[in-house]
Design a protein around this ligand. Structure first.
Ligand code: NAD
Ligand code: IPM
Ligand code: MN
Length: 351
């Protein structure tokens, strides 16, 4: 197939990990006879420097001429105190694309038991999917303002916003172990009480899926006590942000978690869960697996290339099993070496 991929490498380690994901995509193209055309645009801090806008017009326009978007990361201390932050560019991009369902799979890969802070017998078998609402809640609710003496953020949800993301979670559960934990704070928040009511209603469309409601503080605890109890976790924007970093630690490193952000129509957005990691940027040691696995999700969800997506995921599993990992996973390899190892596997040329 032919596909046009928009690359938004962004800041810090973003460009380093996106480069490796592209090498793996090129290996897929070569092995399976596809053609991927890339275009690169600016987002985040780099775009602020160049255009004075973290989501510039050229990037917005490029969205109309692509089939999928692969993003690295945005942000960094250099831009933390300006009037406009790089992160605003990422939020504008998600909103513009209408990608309301953010899928963040977290599974323990064989060989990474020691990278998890949990005991091997607790973490072994962990394999769950966080479905995070991505275009609502505290991130986007109005009013949102600040003056010298007061600041306001608003958590707001409509029933429609909850319904559509809930359906994504229930459908995902049908293809997994058919269990959804809907996570909220219904003992305190009105938005959560609406969330719970709507999720309960949507669950009736999926009689083959079991739904359980859980408070977010309990969920944070259960994720480290018994991570294997979870299959699909459905939750709102802010809770999903926080729980997914916790999930990353459980399975070994924030560097390996991928994500797919889906809406009702393409293009969809793919990005690793980690940030720009200013503390290691430019040193060639960033883990590229989150970006590479995000590219695999792109193959699956945007291009319906299931076999190719599985080939990349299997290559990653093998590379991790043989110990070709970056320092965050306890290995001594660099970003490029890990990218090389995955690409070689995809090409069927094991080293
Ligand atoms: P971070 O995810 O960038 O880093 C947290 C820790 O994890 C750091 O020690 C970092 O070195 C490590 N880490 C992250 N990714 C790694 C990788 N691929 N390989 C190895 N180690 C990795 O989070 P932070 O430090 O809180 O945020 C830094 C900046 O990134 C902030 O400006 C934040 O807003 C931004 N951010 C952006 C995104 C995004 O673009 N999607 C996501 C999260 C944070
Ligand atoms: C993430 C990030 C972003 C978020 C930031 C950078 C806006 O933390 O994708 O998890 O909070 O959504
Ligand atoms: Mn986050």
């Amino acid at each position: 197939m032919d596909a046009r991929i928009l690359l938004l490498p962004g800041d810090g380690i973003g460009p380093e990990v996106v480069e490796q994901a592209v090498r793996v995509l090129d290996a897929v193209a070569q092995r399976y006879g596809h053609r991927f055309a890339y275009r690169t645009e600016a987002i985040g801090g780099g775009a602020l420097d160049r255009y004075g806008d973290p989501f510039p017009a050229a990037t917005r326009e490029a969205l109309r001429e692509c089939d999928a978007v692969l993003l690295g990361a945005v942000g960094g201390p250099r831009w933390d105190h300006g009037p406009v932050r790089p992160e605003a560019g990422l939020l504008a991009l998600r909103y513009e694309l209408g990608v309301y369902a953010n899928l963040r799979p977290a599974a323990l890969l064989e060989g990474l038991e020691a990278a998890s802070p949990l005991r091997p017998e607790v973490v072994r078998g962990t394999d769950f999917l966080i479905v995070r609402e991505l275009t609502g809640g505290l991130y986007f609710g109005k009013p949102k303002r600040r003056d010298a003496r007061q600041a306001v953020d608003t958590m707001a949800y409509t029933a429609e916003e909850v319904e559509r993301v809930a359906r994504v979670a229930f459908r995902a559960a049908q293809a997994r172990r058919r269990r959804v934990h809907s996570v909220d704070k219904a003992n305190v928040l009105e938005t959560s009480r609406l969330w719970r009511e709507v999720v309960t209603r949507v669950s009736e469309e999926f009689p083959d899926v079991t739904v359980e409601h859980m408070l977010v503080d309990t969920c944070a605890m259960q994720l480290v006590r018994r991570p294997t109890a979870f299959d699909v976790i459905l939750t709102e924007n802010t809770f999903g942000d926080i729980l997914s970093d916790e999930a990353a630690a459980v399975v070994g490193s924030i560097g390996i978690l991928p994500s797919a952000s889906l809406g009702d129509r393409p293009p969809f957005l793919y990005e690793p869960v980690h940030g720009s990691a200013p503390d290691i940027a430019g040193r060639g040691v960033a883990n590229p697996l989150g970006a590479i696995l995000s590219a695999a999700l792109m193959l699956r969800y945007s291009f319906a290339l299931e076999e190719e997506a599985c080939a990349v995921e299997e290559a990653v599993r093998e590379v991790v099993r043989e110990g070709t990992t970056t320092p965050d996973l306890g290995g001594g390899f660099g970003t490029r070496e890990v990218g090389d190892a995955v690409a070689e596997r995809v090409l069927g040329r094991e080293t």
